[in-house]
Design a binder for this molecule. Structure first.
Ligand code: ATP
Ligand code: MG
Length: 243
């Protein structure tokens, strides 16, 4: 039993929840270690959405609303942490939601799909093929899902696939707390923020955005500036600790 008064209550509850999801087969054991790396970067980032991350989230909203065929790619950790908010984002931007896993088994796909559906998400189903040129199972996807997507939101992505998707000509929006990951460095738009904060922020921007602003928003950003902002923010925090 974790007392609510514990200073790390939210973090401990999240770990407990992910451990339960791992026992159920939704989250892989490797996913638990990936969460640990995310937590470390979130500590460095002060565990809140920076102004720079909020700017990226607004651009992400504009890109999703402007897309012809938007897709949200969901893995085990993302489903465990954010199923309900993915449903809310799907409602406002009309994206197709597709389950895409590195440690892929039919059983895990089914478990994750059921979890998402229970929270109101509509999930694409049917045959998958290796449309993404990768020699691991992240390469498997649906023809009418990721294969056809023009804009794709990839929370907690691995670098290989982000790179392959960009090479396929897609606009890749990544959510990853690590400003130095290959995903962050190779995607089209990096959101350096925690997934449970980032997705509701994107949903809010989708609802609030003035549609006439969209063309300007989606043509006037530079990926490098978000990476620089995050690293500079971390540097300042580290220096301030020593003051
Ligand atoms: P690279 O992109 O360099 O190939 P990787 O493939 O090794 O990195 P993964 O092991 O796939 O990265 O881990 C996914 C990433 O997700 C990690 O960089 C981690 O920082 C990030 N991450 C983990 N949990 C969260 C979270 N809750 N919110 C946002 N990002 C997270
Ligand atoms: Mg990787």
């Amino acid at each position: 039993m974790i007392p609510e008064s514990h200073p790390r209550y939210l973090s401990l509850k999240t770990r407990e929840h992910l451990a339960t999801c791992a026992k159920e087969g939704i989250v892989s054991l490797e996913g638990l270690t990936a969460h640990g790396r995310g937590e470390a970067f979130d500590y460095l980032l002060g565990e809140k959405s920076s102004q720079s991350a909020l700017n990226a989230e607004k651009i992400a909203a504009a890109l999703l609303l402007n897309a012809t065929h938007p897709v949200i790619s969901v893995n085990g950790n993302t489903a465990a942490l954010a199923a309900k908010s993915i449903g809310e984002l799907q409602q406002v931007c009309g994206a197709i939601v597709e389950v895409n896993l590195f440690h892929r088994t039919q059983e895990r796909v089914t478990l994750i799909t059921h979890l998402l559906e229970k929270e109101g998400v509509k999930v694409i189903s049917g045959e998958v093929s290796r449309y993404i040129p990768l020699d691991h199972d992240r390469g498997l996807c649906h023809h009418e899902g990721i294969h056809t997507a023009d804009v794709i939101l990839v929370p907690l992505e691995d670098g290989d696939r982000a790179e392959a998707l960009v090479r396929m000509g897609k606009t890749v929006i990544a959510i990853d707390l690590n400003p130095l990951s290959r995903t962050t460095k190779t995607c089209t738009l990096p959101i350096i923020d925690e997934v449970t904060r980032a997705i509701p922020n994107i949903t809010r921007f989708c609802s609030d955005i003035n549609r006439t602003e969209i063309p300007d928003i989606i043509t006037s950003y530079n990926r490098a500036e978000f990476i620089r902002d995050a690293l500079e923010y971390i540097r300042k925090r580290l220096v301030d600790v020593l003051d």
